[in-house]
Design a protein around this ligand. Structure first.
Ligand code: CA
Length: 230
């Protein structure tokens, strides 16, 4: 899962980035509104954390521009402005949640996870397909009672595929979420990653298939092809 963090206070930005990274997120941190808009135009994000007071265009303008562009990414506003009118303006402007500084970073992470689950249409915190379950809070994948030992990137991949079960996830979108800013994998690294994940699923006799759609991407389903996501 990849987050865009828009915050001009360097110390706060570093602290939030580190906590998000430890919680399993890839983070792109920017300090200005225009920078945020160009990042959001070029990348797929799972959520945006947006400060209101920015050095160039304000956070509310960034939010307005995102929604004008039909970008439906969940946005959590993070700001020192705690007046009611700012809150209302943020929510009316298309924000999904609102936190006032100072805040607890654990609460911020919990709220971001809620937004991502809501966006994915997953009501519960555990997603199941056949014998595979994925706990979105603990980021834990299990086959029956056995926990899969997955690398950070394998877990990122599984998380994306299971959130989008029965839908195609493009290779580009996987690349964007698995690698951090500036970091790129080799040409076939996604294929290698998918191969490793398939192997681990097979070792645990998962009733799961990861289909390759040549030139497009990948899709996760149950082996029977039509087991519904619960
Ligand atoms: Ca600020």
């Amino acid at each position: 899962m990849r987050i865009l963090l828009v915050e001009d206070n360097a110390r706060l930005s570093d602290a939030v980035t580190e906590s998000l990274y430890k919680a399993g997120f890839e983070v792109d941190a920017v300090t200005e509104g225009e920078e945020a808009l160009s990042a959001a135009a070029g990348q797929v994000y799972d959520a945006v954390i947006l400060d209101l007071g920015l050095p160039d265009i304000g956070g509310l303008s960034v939010l307005g521009a995102l929604r004008d562009r039909k970008n439906t990414v969940p946005v959590l506003i993070l700001t020192a402005r705690d007046t009611l009118s700012d809150k209302i303006a943020g929510l009316n402007g298309g924000a999904d949640d609102y936190m006032v500084k100072p805040f607890e970073v654990d609460e911020l992470i919990a709220r971001v996870k809620v937004l991502i689950r809501r966006q994915a249409g997953t009501a519960g915190t555990v997603i199941r397909i056949n014998n595979l379950s994925f706990d979105t809070i603990k980021r834990l994948a299990q086959i029956g009672e056995e926990t899969l030992a997955l690398s950070r990137r394998e877990l990122d991949l599984l998380e994306q595929l299971i959130h989008a079960a029965h839908k195609v996830v493009t290779k580009k979108s996987i690349e964007q979420r698995v690698y951090s800013y500036g970091e790129t994998g080799s040409a076939n690294s996604i294929e290698v990653l998918v191969h490793r994940l398939r192997k681990k699923l097979a070792e645990h006799a998962a009733d799961i298939e990861i289909h390759t759609l040549k030139g497009i991407g990948y899709m996760m389903t149950g082996t029977d092809g039509n087991a519904a996501k619960k």
